[in-house]
Design a binder for this molecule. Structure first.
Ligand code: ACO
Length: 330
């Protein structure tokens, strides 16, 4: 029996828009090709929100599915954390919209922005609340509508991003058999301009000029991000396995942030993890930032790749710069 309860993932849920944007669709209005996108990124299609769908509506749908999977009512939640870089509004927090939609009347609610590492940062925060006994049930959602902030005149970024949401319900577990075993989080703010949206915040408020200059869209230094992502993914895999005394054989599945197949292959190769232990669904969803890991985790379970008792490594890296890892026994 552990000294304090562990935070166990008791339910998972996802929500993705029905609308599919394929590489071939992109070819009709962007100077690109299916061949280039597949070869450089592994992406074949992504989901795109329709009018009326928002970060909070996707998040609430994923949350309802996760609660249903956990067999819990929203009224039993103590806390809702929403990881997102596409907030419903600058204020209030997207998590408050989710709380209202779920009627989770007992739950505190706040947002967390650590970009593509956001869901793992949120998982770590939830884990702390549960380990200390402050809360018993925490909903952790990653939800993004990145296509709303994607500049379709910039071919270097517009092929990468997609929309979606994933959620987990964490519950205190005393069995000693399940739960989060290890978390690590890091940041390096000196790399803030690797991936950013220049205007719309306090530094440069929205104006006719910022709109005309397309400063409300995601800007990215692709090659720098690529190098950063390979290095940090490699480091995270080594750190997580070392901290938990694991060999590659002990790991049932690695679920990485779905950033780029080449990045994932290069990093796992360097640490000697066979690709059949790595879950990849970027071909169908593109990069969905904070939604990418819970989306992939839920699909991996649905596909039968993992189940209760599986040992899973989660690793993410993104704007900030931020990077984070979690080891969990499902
Ligand atoms: N279609 C066709 N050609 C393109 C496209 C496109 N969509 N985009 C760029 N090109 C061209 C460039 O203009 C360039 O042409 P040139 O040689 O004539 O100048 C050529 O392709 C090579 O461009 P590079 O930028 O060097 O291509 P690279 O191999 O680095 O691939 C990519 C670009 C896919 C963006 C890669 O750098 C990458 O994946 N970086 C990581 C970025 C990322 O995933 N960010 C996500 C957000 S942050 C996060 O999740 C961590």
């Amino acid at each position: 029996m552990p000294d304090s309860p562990r935070a166990a993932i008791k339910g998972l849920g996802v929500a993705v828009p029905d609308r599919v944007l394929t590489n071939t669709d992109l070819e009709s209005f962007v100077d690109t090709s299916d061949e280039w996108i597949v070869q450089r990124t592994g992406i074949r299609q992504r989901r795109v929100v329709s009018n009326g769908q928002t970060t909070a509506s996707l998040a609430a749908d994923a949350a309802k599915a996760a609660l249903n999977d956990a067999g819990l009512d929203a009224g039993e939640l103590d806390l809702i954390i929403c990881a997102t870089v596409c907030p419903e509004m600058i204020l209030p927090a997207t998590a408050c919209f989710i709380q209202s939609e779920l009627a989770a009347t007992r739950a505190a609610a706040f947002d967390l922005n650590a970009a593509c590492s956001g869901w793992l940062y949120a998982l770590t925060v939830a884990d702390q609340f549960i380990r200390t006994g402050t809360y018993n049930r925490v909903l952790v959602v990653g939800s993004e509508t990145l296509t709303r902030f994607t500049d379709y005149t910039d071919r270097a970024t517009c092929v990468l991003f997609g929309d979606g949401a994933g959620a987990a319900v964490l519950e205190a577990d005393d069995s000693g058999l399940r739960g989060i075993l290890y978390n690590v989080m890091h940041a390096d703010g000196s790399g803030w301009d690797f991936i950013h949206v220049p205007a719309g915040g306090a530094r440069e408020v929205a104006s006719h000029r910022t709109v005309a200059e397309r400063k409300h869209f995601i800007k990215m230094r692709g090659r720098d991000v690529y190098k950063f992502a390979v290095e940090k993914m490699q480091w995270l895999l080594a750190d997580c396995t070392k901290a938990c005394g694991l060999s590659p054989d002990d790991v049932d599945l690695v679920v990485p942030h779905q950033v780029n197949v080449r990045i994932i292959k290069s990093a796992t190769d360097k640490v000697g993890l066979p690709l059949d232990k790595v879950y990849i669904n970027i071909d169908r969803y593109g990069n969905t930032s904070a939604a990418s890991i819970p989306l992939a985790l839920a699909e991996a379970r649905q596909d039968g790749r993992i189940g209760v008792g599986s040992l899973v490594l989660l690793v993410a890296f993104g704007a900030g710069l931020t990077w984070a890892g979690t080891v969990v026994r499902l």
